[in-house]
Design a protein around this ligand. Structure first.
Ligand SMILES: [Zn+2]
Length: 351
C-alpha cells in the first residue's frame, strides 16, 4: 500500500468517525431546539458496527461526551477554486453558469469564520452518512446509505439539479437502483410538496437530498435576510416532506458574492464537470461530457428536468460502473476523502 493510500485511509476513517460524533451532535441540536423529531430519526439505534442504517437513522445516541467530538478538518485533498471566481454573471432562469476549470492544487480558502460561528445548530448539521468502518474485517470497506463503499477505489458524485421532476427523476432513480448506486438531488423547495412520493423515494433508496434554495433564487442578487430565508425554507420543506434535512446546498446558477458566502450557512457544493445538459438537451452530448472525462473525486452537474438527461443517465451509470467507478453522494464523497464539510465554504470536487 502506498503512503498516499495509507494517508487517505487514515483521513477517511477519521472523517467517518467524526461524522458519527457530529451526527449525534446534530441530533442533539434537533432534540433540544425543537423537540420535533424528523421522521426516520431512530432514537433507539445502537450504532452497532457493520449494521446498515437507513438514511436519517441515528447511529448512536447523543451524550455529553459526544458534544466534545470536535471535528478537526484534516486538510484533506479537496480541490476548490478561489472564491474570487465568484462573480459569475446572472443568466436566465435555470441556466447554470459554467464554472472555469478548477485548480486542483489550490487550497480551499476558508470563508468568513465569524459567520460560520453564527450558524444555527440545525443548519450546521453534518450529513447523515451512516457509515462504520471495517466491514468483514476490511478497513477499506464502509457501509453507507444501504450499500458498501470501498474507499480505496474510484468514486464520483453524479448530481441532478432543479427537481424534483417526477418523470425524469423516477427514471434516473430506476437506473441507480438497478446498479446499486447513489445520486445527489439538489432540489428547489417550492417544487417539493407536490412531488412528495418522488422525494420520499429518494430517501428510501439512499440518495442525498440537497438544497437548491426555496424558489431557485439567484442569491447574489438577494440581501442577507432573503438568502437565509431561501436556504432555511428549502431545508424546512424537504424535512417536512421527506423527514431528512439537507446538509449541503448548491447555489442556483452557481452565483455567489461575499454576502452569499456569509449567509448561506451550509457547505456550498458546485461542480467540476459541467455536462451542459440544460443547453444541449441531447443525451449523447451529456454522455460524452461524462464518459471518458470523469475521474476519481469529480462532481458532475446535470439537471433532473430533462428526459434527455434521464436517457443519458441510463448509459452513464452502467458505463461508469463497468469502468470501476462507485457512484456516491456528495457527502459520501467528501467523507471518503477525509474532508469535513464546512458551512460557507465552496467545494468543486473531492480529489
Ligand atoms: Zn438550478
Amino acid at each position: 500500500m502506498s503512503f498516499k493510500k495509507m494517508i487517505r485511509l487514515v483521513t477517511a476513517a477519521a472523517a467517518i468517525s467524526a461524522l458519527l460524533s457530529m451526527q449525534a451532535l446534530a441530533d442533539y441540536a434537533v432534540y433540544s431546539s425543537s423537540g420535533d423529531l424528523p421522521t426516520g430519526v431512530g432514537s433507539e439505534a445502537s450504532g452497532t458496527p457493520g449494521v446498515i442504517y437507513a438514511p436519517g437513522v441515528t447511529p448512536h445516541k447523543s451524550s455529553a461526551s459526544d458534544m466534545h467530538g470536535v471535528v478537526t478538518y484534516s486538510g484533506g485533498t479537496a480541490s476548490a477554486q478561489d472564491t474570487s471566481a465568484a462573480e459569475t454573471p446572472v443568466q436566465a432562469e435555470s441556466v447554470p453558469v459554467p464554472v472555469a476549470e478548477p485548480q486542483p492544487a489550490d487550497a480551499q480558502q476558508p470563508v468568513q469564520d465569524t459567520a460560520a460561528e453564527e450558524i444555527s445548530p440545525v443548519e450546521a448539521a453534518v450529513p447523515p452518512v451512516s457509515a462504520s468502518t471495517g466491514v468483514d474485517g476490511d478497513p477499506n470497506l464502509v457501509m453507507s446509505n444501504g450499500r458498501m463503499i470501498d474507499i480505496t477505489k474510484p468514486m464520483v458524485a453524479l448530481t441532478y439539479d432543479d427537481g424534483p421532476q417526477t418523470a425524469a427523476g423516477n427514471r434516473i432513480m430506476d437506473v441507480f437502483a438497478r446498479y446499486g448506486q447513489r445520486a445527489t438531488f439538489f432540489m428547489v423547495g417550492d417544487r417539493v410538496p407536490s412531488r412528495a412520493s418522488e422525494v420520499q423515494r429518494m430517501v428510501a433508496e439512499g440518495h442525498e437530498l440537497a438544497n437548491h434554495t426555496y424558489s431557485h433564487t439567484y442569491l447574489n442578487k438577494a440581501d442577507a435576510a432573503t438568502i437565509r430565508k431561501q436556504v432555511a425554507a428549502c431545508n424546512d420543506i424537504i424535512e417536512q416532506v421527506a423527514g431528512v434535512r439537507p446538509t449541503i446546498m448548491r447555489l442556483p446558477g452557481g452565483n455567489k458574492n461575499s454576502t452569499v458566502l456569509q449567509n448561506v450557512n451550509m457547505p456550498i457544493i458546485l461542480w467540476n464537470i459541467d455536462t451542459l445538459d440544460w443547453k444541449t438537451r441531447n443525451a449523447q452530448s451529456t454522455i460524452n461530457a461524462v464518459v471518458g472525462h470523469v475521474h476519481d473525486g469529480d462532481i458532475v452537474l446535470m439537471h433532473e428536468l430533462y428526459d434527455a438527461t434521464a436517457a443519458a443517465t441510463e448509459t452513464i451509470v452502467p458505463t461508469l460502473v463497468g469502468q470501476g467507478f462507485q457512484l456516491v453522494t456528495v457527502s459520501e464523497l467528501a467523507a471518503c476523502r477525509g474532508v469535513q464539510l464546512t458551512p460557507n465554504t465552496v467545494y468543486y470536487s473531492f480529489k
